[in-house]
Write a protein that binds this ligand. Structure first.
Ligand SMILES: Nc1ncnc2c1ncn2[C@@H]1O[C@H](COP(=O)(O)OP(=O)(O)OP(=O)(O)O)[C@@H](O)[C@H]1O
Ligand SMILES: Cc1ncc(COP(=O)(O)O)c(N)n1
Length: 262
């Protein structure tokens, strides 16, 4: 069985973070492992508390897994601060992790900071170059590109050129926050490809980015090309949103069981 590692924060309500990642791995029939960077107290309405683990704890968790188990792909989500970013970057290099999908998590759907403001530069300088695929949403893409306005599909295409100057990683700009579309744009090597999807009318989008990046990591572990891994992951997230769950009174979670329970 393929083995996939997530390095991310815990979401007590189970919709995003580590919990979404492990559910996604399970649905893709890969073996999931987790490195917890922070424990958030959150629900579908918001984040009420964050306790970030020490970088030593993160280091020890990664070493414990990597010294013992071969890892076929890694998904990286909430990292909280610069010290953890530097630790993760160092260990990616030491253990030569492959198939790395970086979701540059900065703010929750509910508007809470999940990355300290001074950590953005470390993320760009240290982690971006190590990732095989990065998956910013419109807001994260804009933050990484020094405030470049990205609000439309045209803007997304323009931003790809700016990303090319920063990293040779494949970049999937997620259009979930476009007004009447949910099209994502993949730029890789010197090509780009749109993954179109209709915007589903729902508030249940908690954890969509976590789910998509974990699905891509699972598909890369299973041996798919980047283009196909993104295609299959886009189908998965669209189905998981279409069948999303009315749990809680805010932004409910996606449904990872929709292919099993109909
Ligand atoms: N209402 C929607 N209908 C269809 N697809 C959607 C919708 N919202 C988001 N998506 C899709 O879900 C994936 C995640 O995109 P999004 O832009 O929401 O990322 P995100 O903001 O990082 O997610 P998160 O809510 O976890 O922070 C993308 O493939 C996006 O197109
Ligand atoms: C631990 C953790 N990681 C990531 C997210 C982002 O997901 P969303 O933007 O859907 O809130 C989150 N809310 N919590």
């Amino acid at each position: 069985m393929k083995k996939v590692l997530t390095i991310a924060g815990s979401d007590s309500s189970g919709g995003a973070g580590i919990q979404a990642d492990l559910k996604t791995f399970c649905a893709h029939k890969v073996y999931g492992m987790s490195i917890i960077t922070a424990v958030t107290a959150q629900n579908t309405l918001g984040v009420s508390h964050i306790e970030t683990l020490s970088s030593l704890s993160v280091r020890k968790q990664i070493e414990a897994v990597a010294e013992d188990i071969d890892i076929d792909a890694v998904k990286i989500g909430m990292l909280s601060n610069a010290e953890i970013i530097l630790t993760v970057a160092e260990l990616i290099k030491r253990y030569k992790f492959k198939n790395i999908v970086l979701d540059p998590v900065m703010i929750s759907t509910t508007g809470f900071d999940l990355l300290e403001k001074d950590a953005k530069e470390a993320l760009i300088q240290e982690l971006l170059p190590l990732a095989d695929v990065i998956t910013p949403n419109l807001h994260e893409a804009s933050a990484i590109l020094d405030g470049l306005e990205i609000k439309s599909k045209d803007d997304m295409e323009k931003s790809v050129h700016a990303f090319r100057k920063l990293t040779s990683s494949a970049v999937l700009i997620k259009g979930g926050h476009l007004v009447d579309d949910a099209a994502d744009l993949l730029a890789y090597e010197d090509k780009f490809r749109w993954y179109d999807a209709p915007k589903i009318n729902t508030n249940n989008t908690h954890g969509t980015g976590c789910t998509l990046s974990s699905a891509i990591a699972s598909n890369l572990a299973l041996g798919l090309s980047v283009e196909q891994a993104v295609f299959d992951a886009k189908e998965y997230i669209t189905g998981a949103i279409r069948n999303s769950l009315d749990i809680g009174s805010g932004n409910g979670p996606t449904n990872h069981l929709y292919r099993l329970i109909r």
